[in-house]
Design a protein around this ligand. Structure first.
Ligand SMILES: Nc1ncnc2c1ncn2[C@@H]1O[C@H](COP(=O)(O)OP(=O)(O)OP(=O)(O)O)[C@@H](O)[C@H]1O
Ligand SMILES: Nc1ccn([C@H]2C[C@H](O)[C@@H](COP(=O)(O)O)O2)c(=O)n1
Length: 243
């Protein structure tokens, strides 16, 4: 609600792309700069994986996994200054980034019943920001693999953020190993290219769907990519003020 009591419709920015293209870091920064909420949908798949492992489930048991995910008490903290993820009372923000979760998460993200459950939760979170900005902002930047196409195809701004495989591997190697030399890139390949190959079997995030804008960050610095996405959003929602 505005100060006058009238309803203000929040802007919805949807961003998809492959692993290491910069979705999380760039979208979080753009959300902070525009005073929007930030929704990391990959973190929801990671939290679901953590929850199922914590319950001692066999992740290949699709029925048991689906039932557990439907029962999961998942709370997404969407403030871009301090995003966090809770399952019940447990803050799992750090645990869901562990290699054991990264290595197992595709078992859930390729389970179509799990996708349906998480898609519904993502739509509810996005709709809450669209209608009343319940995180205190004037909209949301939501990123993942199927936000532009499945979860929020009606978003105000839809962007596919890509980068060459070479650039994505180098970025991830630098982030994880502190260097992008040949050994570090080789060690990173399975986590980036391998996971994308599995996830690509159920969602399309390598090519832009109709009406989705393509932002290729291969030759852009982090700041240049943030500026490019900001420009795309401000083009559609010029009333938003940057911070
Ligand atoms: N344009 C850029 N130039 C250089 N480095 C970048 C750029 N964009 C992002 N990075 C860096 O690349 C790394 C990967 O980015 P990020 O984690 O945001 O990717 P992602 O698409 O969210 O990956 P995933 O889907 O696997 O979580 C981070 O260390 C980030 O700081
Ligand atoms: N909307 C989404 C978001 C994420 N995934 C999958 C892809 C990854 O394997 C996993 C974790 O995502 P990340 O944190 O690495 O971005 O979840 C998906 O299928 N759909």
């Amino acid at each position: 609600m505005s100060a006058l009591g009238t309803s203000v419709r929040g802007v919805v920015v949807a961003v998809d792309g492959p692993s290491g293209s910069g979705k999380s870091s760039v979208c979080r920064q753009v959300a902070a700069r525009l005073g929007l909420a930030y929704l990391d949908t990959g973190a929801m798949y990671r939290a679901a994986t953590w929850w199922c492992l914590d319950q001692g489930l066999d992740l290949g048991d699709q029925l048991a996994v689906t039932a557990a995910v439907r029962a999961m008490d998942l709370r997404m903290g969407m403030d871009p200054a301090a995003p966090h993820v809770r399952v019940g009372e447990t803050d799992v923000s750090a645990a869901i980034r562990e290699p054991a979760i990264s290595g197992a998460v595709s078992l859930l993200s390729t389970n179509l019943d799990v996708r349906a459950e998480l898609n519904a939760r993502q739509r509810a979170l996005i709709d809450a920001e669209r209608t009343d900005g319940s995180s205190g902002g004037t909209g949301v930047v939501a990123e993942g693999r199927d936000i532009t196409t499945v979860v929020a195809p009606d978003a105000d701004v839809r962007v596919l953020l890509t980068a060459s495989e070479e650039a994505r591997l180098a970025r991830r190697a630098l982030e994880v190993h502190g260097t992008a030399d040949a050994a570090a890139v080789a060690a990173t390949r399975a986590h980036v290219v391998g996971r994308d190959a599995k996830d690509s079997t159920v969602v399309e995030f390598q090519t832009a769907a109709d009406g989705v804008l393509l932002l290729d960050s291969s030759a852009l610095s982090f700041e240049e990519t943030v500026s490019a996405l900001l420009a795309l959003v401000l083009d559609v929602a010029p009333g938003l003020a940057t911070r």
